[in-house]
Design a protein around this ligand. Structure first.
Ligand SMILES: C[S@@+](CC[C@H](N)C(=O)[O-])C[C@H]1O[C@@H](n2cnc3c(N)ncnc32)[C@H](O)[C@@H]1O
Length: 501
């Protein structure tokens, strides 16, 4: 689609949305609704090339807690709404084992199959044509994640998508879906559009939002144009007491992001903070690591305060305390999580002393300088060993990212750039796409290779971020070791000379 066509498609979507009662001026004091667009009072559609692409901007200064968009239930695309068609509904009833997500995926494909006959046609044609979520990664792209856990999560995503599709084929055949909608490619597209995961606050996927009557969630036209920002301390859904904005009068006691509201039978979105006119208005779909974001949304954040690096720990560490395994990780600033530090302190304590220090450990207190030194040395070595085993260094990855970026815009650049950093990996990419090093004189990569390059870049960005966290952890441990050792030295010297500590 070229720019002009895209513009027309968006205008048609906003006109249709206004007819459906979607509105960004949903209060009685707002100006009357326009028939040509559902937006203009609080929001407008903009492009943010470095922050999510197409998204929504503030059309005026917005206050924290302002109601900025309302989408009535009738406009939501849900399994229930699609299955008002009794023929489709009876087919679904004969497949009681399918999950709610599989049913919504089938419903989305059935709706797409109606073409212009679908009530949601102006919305459906505006959906992205492809996704970069992990289920869409090829084997080459998965392997370039390098870290075992991430490779495993990706393979699981692909495997699940395939088995969900196989289980649903007979239902789609009974529904008489067009042959091109029965393919795994179409399934992957639909699943990536609606693939639901359970989150603390939203039930999310690439585009679905939580609704109380269906675990699979719903597709929410226009409401799904908001891009993502990681929840900060101020609006973090984890900080339950902060989920309600501290605001005067009518804004008090309200969720700052939004949700389905029974009293108005509509999906309502609120400004999560103050926005100046033209700022991008963002939602926080939940608290996610970069691997989670990649798995469910197909992007990652350069600076994600909720990112975590999980490292392989021996079973002795995992079982020495009652901390859940997913609480044992390294934070973006390199510090071990509270639980990981406690678990390591306990594990570095002789077994017969562990009971005695239990309270101190769970309170997060340092047990002794010797214990802390053992912990820091162990952790630094563990991170070092993991980094050593990975196929490339963080430095290589940084250089490779520059090469990939160049290849996206000028593939023939390979003839001129220094490929020392990751020559083998680049060669494998080209081979997978039937392009030799010497045959890269083309000015534009074939579309398939270009899409793959985007996913490969995401994989390299992810592993680069992972390695940076481990490197920061080594620095943190080294600094702590130096500080504790000099403290230990001063104490010993003072003891010898009789000086106070
Ligand atoms: C709910 S949609 C948001 C609207 C979307 N940009 C569009 O054009 O339809 C979620 C998708 O937007 C993109 N996205 C959202 N926030 C992003 C961010 N902060 N950085 C990069 N991509 C983002 C991801 O592709 C994600 O799967």
């Amino acid at each position: 689609m070229d720019g002009e066509e895209e513009g027309k498609g968006m205008a048609a979507l906003l006109r249709w949305a206004a007819e459906m009662g979607i509105s960004d001026s949903p209060t009685s004091t707002s100006p009357p609704r326009s028939h040509s667009s559902c937006l203009g009072h609080s929001l407008f559609v903009s492009d943010f090339p470095d922050a999510g692409g197409r998204g929504l901007s503030a059309a005026r200064d917005l206050r924290k807690g302002d109601l900025i968009l309302r989408v009535p239930r009738a406009a939501l695309l849900t399994s229930e709404s699609v299955l008002k068609d009794e023929r489709l509904a009876s087919c679904v009833r004969s497949h009681p084992r399918l999950s709610s997500t599989q049913i919504l995926t089938v419903c989305l494909l059935a709706e797409v199959g109606k073409g212009r006959g679908s009530q949601w046609y102006p919305y459906l044609v505006q959906l992205p044509r492809s996704y970069n979520t992990l289920a869409n990664f090829t084997n080459f792209e998965i392997q370039t994640l390098q870290v075992e856990d991430a490779v495993w999560v990706s393979e699981r995503a692909v495997h699940r998508a395939k088995s969900d599709w196989k289980e649903s084929i007979s239902l789609m055949q009974e529904m008489d879906l067009k042959p091109q909608l029965l393919t795994f490619r179409s399934w992957l597209w639909a699943l990536s559009t609606i693939f639901t995961v359970h989150s603390f606050f939203w039930k999310i996927s690439s585009r679905t939002l939580h609704i109380p009557w269906d675990n699979a969630g719903c597709l929410c036209p226009v409401g799904d144009l908001f891009n993502y920002a990681a929840p900060d301390a101020e609006s973090s859904p984890d900080a339950s007491e902060e989920r309600y904005a501290e605001q005067p009068d009518c804004h008090s006691q309200r969720l700052t992001d939004g949700g389905y509201e029974e009293d108005t039978t509509s999906y309502c979105f609120y400004a999560r903070k103050r926005y100046k006119e033209e700022d991008q208005v963002l939602l926080s779909y939940g608290t996610y690591t970069n691997l989670d974001l990649l798995e469910h949304y197909g992007f990652l954040l350069g600076d994600n305060p909720n990112d975590k690096a999980f490292i392989q720990l021996g079973t002795d560490i995992c079982t020495s305390s009652n901390w859940p395994v997913d609480s044992l990780y390294i934070q973006p600033n390199g510090r071990p999580s509270f639980a990981l530090l406690c678990a390591l302190r306990l594990c570095a304590t002789p077994v017969n002393h562990r009971r005695a220090v239990g309270c101190q450990v769970y309170a997060g207190s340092l047990l002794s300088v010797e214990n802390e030194l053992l912990v820091m040395k162990w952790l630094a070595k563990r991170c070092h060993d993991i980094l050593e085993k990975l196929a490339t260094t963080a430095e290589d990855d940084g250089l490779l990212l520059i090469v990939i970026e160049k290849m996206l815009y000028n593939p023939s650049c390979l003839k001129y750039v220094d490929l020392q950093c990751c020559k083998e990996e680049i060669k494998s990419f080209l081979e997978v796409h039937g392009l030799g090093m010497e045959g890269i004189g083309v000015s534009q990569l074939p579309m398939k290779a270009r899409k793959s390059l985007e996913r490969w870049k995401l994989a390299v960005r992810w592993r680069f971020g992972y390695k940076k966290m481990l490197i920061s952890c080594i620095s943190y441990c080294t600094n702590t070791i130096e500080r504790l050792s000099s403290q230990q030295y001063c104490t010993k010297r003072n003891n010898q000379t009789g000086m106070p500590g």
